[in-house]
Design a protein around this ligand. Structure first.
Ligand code: ADP
Length: 686
């Protein structure tokens, strides 16, 4: 394709360029539209996933926040319960032994209690008990640094007559790990007055384990932190790869504010964190797939439509360029289709023919019955001859023409006959050619006969020459004898006889010349052409014309243009033509109804644009005229309407005139008769 393009004509290549650039811009636009669509869908998907992730994260964060505040309230409740337990213990005012056993029970129940002390108002430890779950806390660490803080806490407790908590502190342990602890001081009241203190040491980690471990510890890492983020106690662990959610909540206790931090052990949201975005994504993908399928389908459909349109256009072009007429009829004989060739053939528009049934507008009126019968036979299901049949149609202008018809049943895709399809061939041209060939055949036969006649004429002329020469010699001899005698005896009879003999001699000479000319003509020798004045030609034939004119009662008149040029011709043959035409004209007037018997011989100059001029000879009669029938075969050899006629005169005349380069024709003469005219070339100037 690309190789052929440069050789295409400029307008084609320009059109091709235009088409290419239009197609390219269309393709570019479509590609960018597709990119935009895919981009949009992707952006939508990403946004959706991101939003869903964020939603899930916020959900989880909220859950974690809720859990943290629940945890804080759980701890607070637990601490409240502890205070109740301790108050219960104080109210019993137990002796030391009983106190020990009671406290051991409490320490066994509450794992976050590490140590319980009973102190007097000065802070002297009266009783104490350690948790059974760990080694004694303050064996190595004597809390010297924390005593002031403890006293402060107890003072606060005494002041408010309620529990007070100390700041937490780290207690190193022999195993090297150590732990963060916090004290709670509860005054021992007797009738509203503090008499001592109960000091409870909480292990912060144990607080986390015992109060929150079961509920929150499995999924989260729970810790107490300082405001600067330092961890005081931790419970639970978090795998590092997972996303961390953090929630913090203040645990406000009298004397201390702890910060509870909960780290969620929730993994980062997946690409499709929950069903909704996954569903939307799946639906979007399905939508895009359906869209792609639709586009593919519509492309296939478009291509199919284009192919169909091409096929239709090709079929239409084929039908339009066909010279064979096509016509379809349904089973009721109604026309359902005609092609342009058929319309052109019959001269009707397609609209004028479609839906028409018998009698068709192109049937000759007298043949309607026959054609209708033929159609009835066809519609009855009888197949027409395969080789077709001939018929005659009438055009819209009334002219008739022969057609060759081929008919075949019209079968649809289901194999069912829906009508008849006919093809028509206008065979007028064929007929004309056949006619021409027949005519030329006849002409050939005539020519053959003419050749035979020519041979006979040649023979005759040869045979007649001798007697004619003898007649001429005898006439000359007789004339010589008479002229001698006439000199002595001047009788009128002798002079008449002399004249008669002169005419005999003259005519014998003329006859001889005619015979020689015919001989030459038959032998196809070049005639001896001579320069002669037209008037001389007419004058030469006048005596013979007059002779016959007198016999038939015809008046002969001659008219000549002034200053006629000479012509170059075979004089005898042209005289013969003039004689022949004059004789025919006079014979045409030999009719009882003929009113005016006048034969006019005209000679005039004919217009010419050649180097030489033309002289036109007209022979006009007032006879019966020439009917159309006769006119058709007028110049056909051996055609005659006369009983004694040969029918060779006119065909010979035309041959002679055409051999001189002229032209012979005839026209009707108004009001009666015929005008024959022929032209001959003038002689070149000498
Ligand atoms: P022929 O004179 O032997 O019949 P032609 O060839 O000279 O042969 O003429 C052929 C026919 O043409 C004649 O028989 C006649 O019917 C017709 N014809 C010729 N000239 C005239 C004319 N001037 N007027 C009427 N009919 C003519």
């Amino acid at each position: 394709m690309s190789q052929a393009a440069p050789s295409s004509p400029p307008h084609v290549s320009f059109g091709w360029q235009l088409f290419k650039s239009a197609t390219r811009s269309f393709t570019d636009r479509r590609v960018s539209l597709w990119i935009a669509l895919v981009g949009l869908v992707l952006a939508l998907l990403v946004t959706l996933v991101w939003l869903a992730g964020r939603y899930e994260a916020s959900q989880y964060q909220a859950e974690l926040d809720r859990d943290t505040s629940d945890a804080v309230s759980d701890i607070r409740t637990g601490f409240g319960r502890h205070i109740l337990n301790l108050q219960n213990l104080q109210s019993k005012a137990l002796p030391p032994k009983a106190w020990q056993s009671e406290v051991a029970g409490l320490l066994g129940q509450n794992r976050d209690w590490l140590r319980l002390e009973k102190r007097d108002l000065q802070g002297i430890v009266l009783e104490f008990a350690n948790t059974p779950f760990r080694p004694p806390l303050f064996e190595t660490h004597t809390r010297l640094n924390e005593q002031a803080e403890i006293l402060q806490t107890c003072l606060r407790a005494r002041r408010v007559n309620g529990p007070a908590y100390s700041r937490s502190y780290f207690v190193p342990q022999p195993d090297g790990i150590g732990l963060e602890v916090m004290e709670m001081c509860l005054p021992i009241l007797e009738r509203g007055t503090a008499v001592g203190f109960t000091l409870l040491t909480y292990g912060l980690q144990e607080v986390l384990i015992s109060h929150l471990g079961e509920t929150y510890g499995r999924r989260n890492e729970i810790s107490f932190i300082e405001p600067d983020g330092t961890r005081l106690a931790v419970h639970g662990t978090l795998p590092r790869a997972k996303r961390l959610f953090t929630a913090t909540q203040l645990l406000d206790l009298p004397g201390i504010t702890l910060v509870l931090r909960m780290d969620g052990r929730r993994a980062a949201p997946n690409l499709f964190p929950n069903v909704l975005p996954a569903l939307v994504t799946a639906m979007s993908i399905a939508l895009v797939s359906v869209l792609i399928l639709l586009v593919k389908d519509s492309r296939r459909r478009l291509k199919a439509e284009r192919d169909l349109a091409d096929a239709l256009a090709f079929r239409k072009a084929m039908e339009d360029s066909l010279v064979t007429g096509l016509r379809a009829r349904d089973l009721h004989g109604r026309i359902t289709y005609v092609n342009p060739a058929f319309c052109q053939m019959v001269g009707f528009e397609a609209e004028q023919l479609l839906g028409k049934s018998a009698p068709m507008p192109y049937w000759p009126s007298e043949m309607v019955g026959e054609y209708q019968q033929r159609q009835a036979v066809r519609l009855a299901g009888n197949a027409p001859p395969r080789e077709g049949f001939e018929s005659v149609f009438v055009r819209k202008d009334g002219s008739r023409f022969p057609v060759l018809i081929f008919e075949a049943p019209l079968i649809n895709v289901l194999g069912k006959q829906t009508g008849w399809m006919s093809a028509f061939l206008d065979i007028s041209e064929q007929r004309r050619i056949e006619e021409m060939s027949r005519a030329s055949q006849e002409r050939l036969q005539a020519t053959a006969r003419l050749a035979t006649v020519g041979e006979m004429a040649s023979l005759l002329s040869h045979e007649l020459n001798q007697p004619l020469a003898a007649i001429s010699s005898y006439a000359t001899g007789s004339l010589n004898l008479i002229s001698n005698q006439a000199a002595a005896d001047a009788s009128p009879a002798l002079s008449d006889l002399q004249m008669a003999l002169e005419r005999i001699s003259e005519q014998a000479g003329r006859a001889g010349k005619v015979i020689n000319s015919v001989h030459d003509f038959v032998r196809r020798r070049d005639q001896d052409k001579e320069v002669v004045h037209p008037r001389a030609l007419i004058e030469a034939v006048m005596p013979l014309v007059q002779l016959q004119a007198q016999k038939l009662g015809v008046r002969v008149e001659t008219t000549f243009d002034e200053r006629l040029s000479h012509i170059l011709c075979d004089r005898t043959m042209v005289e013969q033509v003039l004689l022949n035409l004059s004789r025919n004209g006079m014979q045409a007037m030999d009719h009882p109804h003929c009113q005016k018997r006048l034969l006019t011989l005209q000679v005039k100059r004919a217009p010419s644009n050649l180097s030489h001029g033309w002289i036109e000879f007209c022979v006009i009669d007032w006879g019966i005229g020439i009917s159309e029938e006769i006119a058709k075969q007028l110049f056909t050899p051996f055609f005659t309407t006369k009983p004694e006629g040969m029918g060779l005169g006119l065909s010979l005349c035309r041959t002679v005139v055409e051999q001189h380069g002229g032209h012979l024709e005839f026209l009707p003469h108004e009001p009666h008769g015929t005008l024959f005219r022929f032209t001959l070339p003038t002689a070149p100037d000498v």
